[in-house]
Design a protein around this ligand. Structure first.
Ligand code: SF4
Ligand code: FES
Length: 247
């Protein structure tokens, strides 16, 4: 395939960015989207030009590092991570626009790389359980009902990629937050800190500048791990319960 790429280039966080246009020939439909960008960067390197900066790590859909806006959609036209998106989703002659995540709490570091440490700070504000250290507890010491174990497991698949925020017109991180609150709030180990957790994490969410949820649902549509929208209802229910108790 021969492609035309419009890519956001920005030298650093304070620089003024702009779209740059590149022609790329000989792209295989078997390449992943990131491998296609690797080919572009090899060509830029060969010409002595600055390669395009973008994030990636596992390239297996596990780590959540590789988020890009592709033709205006978070992670592109398939419901998957950018590293698992293959060029067979495009056709010869296509013009593809590639931008970084678009949300104020995710400032651009360089080109397509954004700073997602706002997610880390939310986790630091409650996305954990406190447990005494010591020998490993017996596996049956804290029985968990099967349907709750399944729910906790399903929502724990959130990889913190940030596509939900990038897709949301309000820049809300409610789906990410709902996944974490539902995960820990479903398990017995998460109960002692359940009320303080939700109040603290929602407070940090708002302090970071993420917007509120208005039930548009773009987040769940873009989520590569299919986190369902109802985790936001669970989040709101936990928050109401905690606030009613004076937390
Ligand atoms: S909820 Fe989905 S889209 Fe949002 S960070 Fe988690 S995996 Fe990514
Ligand atoms: S590089 Fe790890 S999920 Fe894409």
């Amino acid at each position: 395939m021969n492609l035309t790429l419009n890519i956001w280039r920005q030298a650093n966080a304070n620089a003024k960015g702009a779209m740059h246009r590149y022609s790329l020939e000989g792209v295989s439909e078997d390449m992943s989207f990131l491998e296609m960008l690797d080919v572009l960067n090899e060509q830029l390197n060969a010409k002595g030009e600055e390669p395009v900066a973008f994030d990636s790590d596992c390239r297996e859909g596990i780590c959540g590092m590789c988020g890009l806006m592709i033709n205006g959609q978070a992670h592109g036209p398939e419901v998957t991570t950018t590293c698992q998106l293959h060029m067979r989703s495009f056709k010869d002659g296509d013009e593809i626009t590639v931008e970084p995540w678009r949300a104020d709490p995710f400032p651009v570091v360089k080109d397509l790389v954004v700073d997602r440490s706002a997610f880390d700070r939310m986790i630091q504000n409650g996305g954990f359980i406190s447990a005494n250290t010591g020998s490993a507890p017996d596996a049956h010491a804290a029985p968990v009902e099967k349907k709750l174990a399944d729910l906790a497991f399903d929502v724990a698949t959130c990889i913190g990629c940030g596509a939900c925020v990038a897709a949301c017109p309000n820049g809300s991180a409610s789906l990410f937050l709902g996944a974490k609150i539902t995960h820990l709030g479903s398990l017995p180990q998460g109960q002692p800190e359940r009320d303080t957790r939700v109040v603290s994490m929602v407070g940090q969410h708002d302090a970071e500048g993420f917007g509120g949820c208005t039930n548009i649902g773009e987040c769940a549509s873009a989520c590569p791990k299919e986190i369902p929208l109802d985790v936001i209802s669970r989040l709101n229910k936990d928050l109401r319960t905690a606030m009613a108790q004076g937390y």
